[in-house]
Design a protein around this ligand. Structure first.
Ligand code: ATP
Ligand code: MN
Length: 468
């Protein structure tokens, strides 16, 4: 076969160089046609759109064409021609076809369309080959780029916080332990506690549940930073919104107070949503048409509306009034409750019909590092609540006063041996600062319209599942 440099199908479809010879390579989506002429729909992952390849049967070896089945990988040399009456303005007339890798029709699992999402999760190694997951993972990439660009353009530094951590008090959730000890032969002291002296790190170590504490160290030196990395929570939460391994974006900014933090969160999330509409239009449109007819409307709605900013106490009042009027929630509503997703979504979807930033939560349900309000009951927390998702961002202004922070740490019995370095930020040159965490997959749920978080990460890790 003549050697021609490969062109991506995304570029071929934009081309108007009719008559030129190009090479494309990709995976066959379908092949149909008659005894004289066949049409191959070829996809190479560069776009949701397939290239139509017209094959004049007489010019090709029957044995080669037999292998051109759904899922096979082929390389085609051919001529670009203007297509008439097609969705695409260009198609290719094949001159030469080489089968790089056949896919046995009897065993290739993605033979026909219309598989359930559950089935596709069982073949997570192949699901990126479907239209849906191709779209989702292209959007996932684009969102990562948008996030870096947003912060970089605003003078934030990308700061790498550790994935293995020696502090068990990050305060955000249950941790996975990291050890090289022989679990069949653990050394214990007279109280039955495990002795970690001979473990790899010489102490108990875990996978991080949040990079925030280290992020604060960086913010009080570099001014404004963000982290963007893997995060692990060993909670047994079998919901469509929780993963055991997910990616989190955590900006932290010196001198920002809670209002600045809310402004940043709102601007940031709108930027990401706009980026998806501007840069992933074909993929978003596909997901809108196939899964969720309201998707684009919802994305545009978020861009248009100012987010409601409301104290938790007022939010509880609204929910209590709804209950009084007969609205049924699965979980009870009262001041002090940690809101469930159904409560958050009621405020957003039913009551305000736009995103809500809920502030000033009871201190008992929030982490120790949040700035305490004058009332002695609430802290300067802010959760951003979104339609379909509930909480998408959790953040706060941090307690910058050494004594107040210390007394809260003591109240909660957090071991001081783990906290000395964190407290040093408040001992030396302390300043007001704020930050938040956005779950990358929660953002992707919103932007793609997918309803299960397992379908926006390539290889989901959830309780009892770590396949692939
Ligand atoms: P939730 O109440 O939904 O369990 P959280 O309050 O425990 O979340 P935070 O500690 O505030 O979560 O984490 C910040 C953000 O990280 C959340 O707003 C959410 O977007 C995301 N997040 C938290 N836990 C998970 C998880 N298990 N899987 C995916 N994303 C998560
Ligand atoms: Mn939270």
């Amino acid at each position: 076969m003549e050697k021609i440099r490969r062109t991506r199908i995304a570029d071929v479809l934009k081309s108007e160089s009719f008559g030129t010879k190009v090479n494309v390579r990709g995976w066959v989506r379908t092949r149909r046609g008659s005894k004289q002429v066949n049409f191959i729909a070829l996809n190479d992952g560069s776009t949701i759109n397939n290239l139509q390849i017209v094959v004049d049967i007489d010019n090709f070896d029957e044995e080669v064409l037999k292998l051109v089945t759904t899922g096979a990988c082929i390389s085609v040399n051919g001529t670009l021609v203007e297509s008439v009456g097609q969705k695409q303005k260009v198609e290719m007339h094949a001159d030469e076809i080489e089968v790089l890798g056949a896919a046995d029709p009897a065993t290739y699992p993605l033979q026909k369309k219309g598989h359930t999402m559950e089935f596709l999760r069982e073949i997570a190694h192949l699901r990126p080959r479907t239209n849906t997951f191709g779209a989702v993972f292209r959007i996932r990439h684009n969102m990562a780029i948008a996030i870096h660009k947003f912060f970089h353009d605003r003078g934030f530094y990308y700061f790498h916080t550790p994935i293995v951590t020696g502090s068990d008090c990050e305060g955000a959730g249950q941790m996975f332990q990291v050890t090289t000890m022989n679990l069949y032969d653990l050394k214990k002291d007279e109280n039955g506690s495990i002795i970690y002296d001979n473990d790899f790190f010489g102490k108990q170590a875990s996978l991080t549940v949040s990079g925030q504490l280290e992020g604060e160290l960086a913010a009080t030196a570099l001014g404004a930073i963000y982290t963007f990395g893997p995060t692990f929570r060993a909670e047994n939460s079998n919901t469509p919104r929780h993963l055991a391994e997910f990616w989190m974006i955590e900006p932290e900014v010196a001198f920002n107070e809670i209002e600045d933090n809310m402004d940043l969160a709102e601007e940031f999330i709108k930027y990401c949503v706009k980026w998806a509409l501007d840069n992933c239009r074909d993929d978003v449109q596909f997901l809108n048409d196939m899964f969720d007819k309201e998707l684009i409307t919802r994305l545009e709605g978020v861009l248009r509306d100012d987010f409601v900013r409301l104290p938790y106490t007022d939010g509880i009042k609204i929910l209590e009034e709804a209950v009084a009027k007969g609205h049924k929630f699965e979980y009870p509503v009262y001041w002090g409750v940690d809101l469930a997703s159904e409560h958050e979504r009621f405020l957003v979807e039913e009551h305000f019909k736009r995103p809500v930033i809920l502030t000033d939560y009871p201190k008992e349900i929030k982490a120790f590092y949040m700035k305490q309000n004058e009332d002695g009951k609430t802290v300067r927390a802010m959760d951003v609540l979104f339609p379909k998702i509930g909480e998408i961002i959790g953040g706060s202004e941090r307690e910058s006063d050494y004594d107040k922070l210390l007394s809260r740490i003591k109240e909660l019995d957090i071991p001081m041996k783990d906290m000395w370095w964190y407290l040093d930020t408040r001992r030396f040159g302390s300043c007001p600062h704020s930050g938040f965490g956005l779950g990358f997959e929660r953002l992707l749920l919103f932007v793609t319209g997918m309803t299960n978080i397992r379908d926006v990460i390539p290889f989901p890790r959830t309780p009892k599942n770590a396949e692939f």
